[in-house]
Design a protein around this ligand. Structure first.
Ligand SMILES: [Mg+2]
Ligand SMILES: [Zn+2]
Length: 186
């Protein structure tokens, strides 16, 4: 079955200008947990692919980030949405790493770990970096209008690399995704 590679902040949980630095600051967006459960019930495999530059900026200890993800995964699993893995870039923009989106490194790593080629994957995100990383990795992209989605939608990058479709939020994206996957398989 295909795999869905999800951005985290602004897609699954509320984005924060000052970064999510503790579990207490992690807020699931409305309907994001049931949305993930829809995908899991379809047998799709899920992975989270996220830039977490707060680590590289010295604002968040790697152990705290791991703890946030451990609790996020536990919460998702309890709600019927098993996530296979979390792939996080801990670097700051100035580190020049290959894994920070818009570079495709982290998506490529996730696909390798899941054993899926780009044509069997879909990426869901809210930012220009997500859009560009998916394009660079050759993965179809679904834009959600939560988080930075509205800003991304208005940007020329979005016309240059049109998403597979645009959804109001993760819930709408997950409702519409099966039809799009069938269309692509046909
Ligand atoms: Mg985001
Ligand atoms: Zn990185």
């Amino acid at each position: 079955m295909p795999a869905v590679l999800l951005d985290r902040d602004g897609v699954i949980n509320e984005d924060r200008a000052d970064y999510v630095r503790r579990w207490e600051e992690f807020r699931f967006l409305p309907r994001s947990l049931p949305a993930l459960a829809v995908l899991a019930r379809l047998g799709l495999r899920l992975a989270v692919v996220t830039n977490q530059s707060a680590v590289g900026r010295g604002l968040l200890a790697p152990a705290t980030l791991n703890e946030i993800h451990r609790r996020m995964l536990a919460h998702c699993a309890r709600n019927g949405a098993a996530i296979q893995g979390v792939f996080a870039c801990p670097h700051a923009p100035w580190d020049g790493c290959d894994c920070r989106k818009p570079r495709p490194g982290l998506l490529l790593e996730a696909m390798a770990a899941l054993g899926e080629p780009p044509e069997r994957c879909v990426a869901i995100g809210d930012s220009r970096a997500d859009l560009r990383a998916a394009a660079a990795a050759g993965i179809p992209f679904v834009l959600v209008r939560t988080g930075r989605g509205e800003e991304t939608l208005r940007h020329p990058d979005c016309r240059a690399r049109p998403p597979l479709f645009v959804a109001r939020d993760l819930w709408e994206a997950c409702q519409a995704l099966p039809a799009h996957l069938e269309l692509r398989a046909a």
